[in-house]
Ligand binder design. Structure first.
Ligand code: NAG
Ligand code: NAG
Ligand code: NAG
Ligand code: NAG
Length: 454
């Protein structure tokens, strides 16, 4: 009886596994929907040229859209046949296809006519140089929405002009490769583009004007860490849906177009490490959604913070204007932006006093004011110095001082005590010294008296 229940239990345990494996071994989907032979053959050859000659697709994956799916390959049904819709090459998962050192593009790639997404991650290594195919992209123009090349250090050369034929493209990501040359002049032909990320290459030249003509659906534009030059085209204001604009670490110059302020949905503007000049003008006033405003390390920017109507920028959390050649005072209105977390104004020529209102910002975690010409008294409560520690940086302002009464034993680093306090302290110390001497003298006198009596 006991034995019986045991084997029942065993069966109960094992039967779902048996059922499951049975289900797997039946290639139902491929019976219902086959794959077009030419499509299947193209897929195998494209992958083999990337992965290496040893990789025999037809042997390893006889039904690539059915019961022997390949990691990184997705398919969809069109008129009862399977087609490849997505091809992602590179070490994302343990079982992802990885490129060999001889990886190359097979032109049959352009036969995959329903391809919606194509991405190469960490595929073309330093050991070999590869360029993006210069033609045939039109063949994918009806389908391709996403094209990505990330971290391919062996990928060199320019962005082929032909890429602008991809009229359905929504995301073009060419990040951390070794590509160079100018951006295609007709980039603006990509009317559906929502994301343009070209950071971390060696691209040169200007932002093509065409970008503003039609790419009005653009949400993210990241051209950071390249060698791009020239002024920003004023027509950037046409990109009204833009959420993020990152042009940091380039060689842009000229003044900031005042029209930038029309980007009312912009949440991030990063122009750090360029050579902009001509001040802030009124470029920032309309950026009602801006959260991260980063203009640091533009030593020739100049101008004054007082030109901006800070009251309009209520969402601001991060403000990095260090080493931007700014002069004038720190506007009081800045200290009323309640969401501020990080403020860096160091390394400028700012003058005037520091508003004590900064202490009332609930989220403020860093305030860098070092290396300016600020004057007057720091009138922050001691909790403020305690909370920020070294992330409050007032040093390098020779005419700035703090009140001893306010801070007690917590002293802001690198700032002198205000003069008046200093004198008071001095006289206090002198008084203390006199009192000590008096006490000593009195004790001697008492001791003398005691000696007289005995
Ligand atoms: C892959 O394997 C099949 C069956 O074993 C064989 O017929 C075919 O020639 C092989 N293809 C390549 C490219 O090695
Ligand atoms: C801005 O977009 C409009 C269409 O919305 C277009 O007519 C105009 O030429 C564009 N301006 C620039 C400078 O590209
Ligand atoms: C800005 O964002 C709002 C809310 O998401 C949206 O309704 C509006 O259309 C956007 N403006 C532009 C110019 O895209
Ligand atoms: C930066 O721009 C100024 C003009 O504003 C120019 O004189 C200077 O040479 C530029 N610096 C670099 C490194 O390009």
């Amino acid at each position: 009886m006991r034995k019986m229940s045991c084997s029942w239990a065993f069966l109960l345990l094992v039967s779902p596994i048996l059922l499951a494996s049975h289900g797997l071994s039946e290639p139902e989907s491929s019976i219902i929907a086959p794959m077009e032979e030419a499509e299947q053959e193209a897929l195998y050859l494209v992958l083999q040229d990337l992965v290496g000659k040893w990789w025999n697709g037809s042997e390893l994956y006889p039904d690539p859209c059915g019961w022997t799916q390949i990691q990184g390959v997705s398919c969809d049904l069109f008129d009862g046949l399977w087609y490849v819709t997505s091809l992602n090459i590179g070490p994302v998962f343990d079982n992802s296809l990885r490129c060999s050192q001889q990886a190359r593009f097979n032109p049959l790639l352009f036969q995959l006519k329903h391809l919606r997404s194509l991405s190469f991650f960490n595929c073309f290594s330093r050991h070999q140089q590869m360029i993006i195919p210069s033609s045939n992209w039109k063949k994918l123009s009806g389908s391709l929405k996403t094209l990505e090349f990330r971290s391919n250090r062996g990928l060199v050369g320019g962005i082929p002009d032909d890429i602008v034929q991809l009229s359905e493209l929504e995301s073009l990501v060419i990040v951390e490769n070794s590509m160079d040359g100018e951006l295609p002049t007709e980039l603006g032909k990509l009317e559906r583009l929502k994301r343009l990320m070209l950071s971390g290459n060696h691209f040169v030249g200007r932002i093509p004007n065409s970008i503003c003509v039609s790419s009005t659906e653009l949400l993210i534009m990241d051209l950071s860490r390249n060698l791009l030059t020239g002024p920003l085209p004023p027509c950037l204001r046409n990109l009204t849906s833009l959420l993020k604009l990152d042009l940091s670490d380039n060689r842009f110059d000229g003044s900031l177009p005042p029209e930038l302020g029309r980007l009312e949905n912009l949440t991030l503007l990063d122009l750090r490490n360029n050579n902009f000049s001509g001040g802030l003008a009124r470029s920032l006033n309309g950026m009602a959604s801006i959260q991260d405003l980063l203009l640091a390390h533009n030593p020739n920017l100049g101008g004054s913070l007082e030109e901006t109507e800070w009251g309009n920028l209520r969402e601001l959390t991060t403000l990095d204007f260090s080493h931007a050649g700014l002069t004038g005072a720190i506007p009081e209105a800045m200290a009323a932006l309640k969401k501020l977390r990080y403020v860096a104004l160091d390394g400028n020529g700012l003058t005037g006093s520091v508003s004590p209102e900064f202490a009332s910002l609930p989220c403020l975690g860093a305030l860098y004011l070092n290396g300016n010409d600020l004057t007057g008294r720091l009138e922050f409560p001691r909790e403020f110095y305690q909370r920020l520690g070294k992330r409050f940086a007032p040093w390098g302002n020779p005419n700035l001082c703090y009140d001893i009464a306010e801070t007690a034993e917590i002293i802001p680093y690198g700032v002198a005590q205000c003069k008046q306090d200093h004198q008071e302290l001095f006289s206090y110390a002198a008084r203390a010294r006199t009192e000590i001497w008096m006490t000593i003298l009195c004790s001697w006198a008492l001791f003398g008296l005691w000696l007289c009596f005995f």
